[in-house]
Design a protein around this ligand. Structure first.
Ligand code: SF4
Ligand code: SF4
Length: 394
């Protein structure tokens, strides 16, 4: 028998612990001499494995099995335009003024109709995306109404999600389209936010007022995205506290991210993964405390949903793109995509010795290709996360 590659050992208040990132189990141990009964427990729960077991190969097999399994929901991220009325300092969009046309929307609707009529899925999630998607409201409404007709006829669930800079989100639209969640971005307190999110008419104050409108005129949750870089890292916690105190935690969800430099001359400084991890941990701790909810890190069942799951990103021209974070076109219309043809997963060489591999599965491929660091924040903060959990349950 040998110790699992995915064991993470740590000490807290003179006690020794092992957390296994693949089975999500946390145990306290006294020393490394175990009784027969304890050895059996460790074997059954896979803290210890057979000497000849190849845990990486087993994990790859399990993940590929999950990828092949039919997933419950079809996920489409539809870019209604690449254009935007903001000029955020970190924007990666290759902006042009093209808007998705009704003809392209019709091709998407027809394909959705075909896929959903095959009864493969129990639901469909549409993420309206851009650029700024609300520069093309007529096509958004057209898609929404037609997808709703299809899903009502078949009797499956349709959920609409919106990522927007908020500047064109009216009360009327909030009442017309039943968004499940709306992602808004705040990149610091007022002054810093307004320097990083460049707009000539819609700033921090207006965006805060928009959250009030969302709360009053819709049932949507607000997904609070924060792009974290050197310029705002010291005020991100104050920002989160401000939002929490103003709006509570019932309808706010958080989405912290490390701001990535796509162009050398972007006017902000990127954090290292480790620097970002410290801030991300503090944000998650704050919201766990507010919600009184602490959980152990859960292993991922699949890697990033875009190349591997039933998730497709579609450009304004109707092409499949690599993912919502990259408009690089795969030169294939979404209409022509074979959804049964899935990309298979294999572990990268440098991840093969990583004991938190099951929590990360190699991270974001785009960040990896940009050499911007793909590791998840748990790589650096796992001990703190586990200690907060122990404190909470004891
Ligand atoms: S709001 Fe989004 S699309 Fe528009 S400039 Fe900012 S990052 Fe780019
Ligand atoms: S990307 Fe980093 S954290 Fe993720 S599995 Fe690879 S080495 Fe581990």
């Amino acid at each position: 028998m040998k110790e699992s590659l995915f064991n993470y050992r740590f000490e807290y208040e003179n006690q020794k612990y092992i957390f296994n990132t693949n089975n999500n189990g946390l145990i306290q141990i006294n020393n490394d001499i175990f009784t027969e009964e304890e050895r059996e427990y460790l074997r059954v729960n896979r803290f210890w494995v057979d000497d000849n077991e190849d845990e990486i190969a087993l994990l790859e097999r399990e993940i590929n099995h999950n990828i092949q399994k039919r997933q419950k929901e079809l996920e489409l991220t539809i870019a209604l335009t690449n254009y935007c009325n903001f000029s955020c300092v970190y924007c990666y969009q290759n902006k042009n003024e093209k808007l998705m046309t009704t003809e392209v929307a019709n091709m998407i609707i027809e394909k959705i109709d075909r896929i959903l009529n095959d009864n493969i899925f129990e639901g469909i999630n549409i993420h309206y995306f851009g650029g700024e998607p609300l520069l093309n409201i007529p096509v958004l409404i057209y898609l929404d109404e037609n997808i709703k007709k299809i899903t009502d006829k078949i009797g499956i669930v349709y959920k609409a999600f919106l990522t927007t800079n908020g500047s064109m989100l009216s009360k009327e639209l909030l009442q017309k389209v039943k968004f499940s969640s709306i992602q808004l971005t705040f990149d610091g307190l007022e002054k810093t936010h307004d320097r990083l999110r460049v707009s000539d008419h819609f700033h921090f104050k207006e965006e805060i007022e928009l959250i009030e409108n969302i709360m009053n005129f819709s049932q949507a949750k607000v997904l609070l995205r924060t792009n974290i870089c050197k310029e705002n890292k010291d005020e991100i916690i104050a920002l989160h506290k401000y939002i929490f105190e103003k709006f509570g935690n019932e309808r706010i969800e958080i989405n912290p991210n490390r701001t990535i430099k796509y162009h050398q001359d972007d006017s902000f400084e990127m954090l290292s993964v480790q620097e970002y991890a410290e801030v991300a941990y503090q944000i998650k701790l704050l919201w766990s405390e507010q919600k009184g909810k602490f959980e152990l890190p859960v292993p991922r069942s699949t890697p990033c949903k875009f190349p591997y799951g039933n998730a497709y990103a579609i450009s304004p021209e109707g092409y499949c793109t690599f993912c919502s974070g990259s408009m690089d076109q795969e030169k294939k219309y979404f209409f022509d995509v074979d959804i049964e043809n899935k990309k298979m997963f294999s572990v990268r060489k440098e991840c093969k010795k990583c004991n938190i591999l099951p929590l990360c599965l190699g991270g974001c491929i785009i960040q990896y290709n940009l050499r911007a660091g793909a590791c998840t924040y748990e790589k650096y903060e796992l001990k703190n996360i586990l200690i907060s959990y122990i404190k909470h349950i004891s």
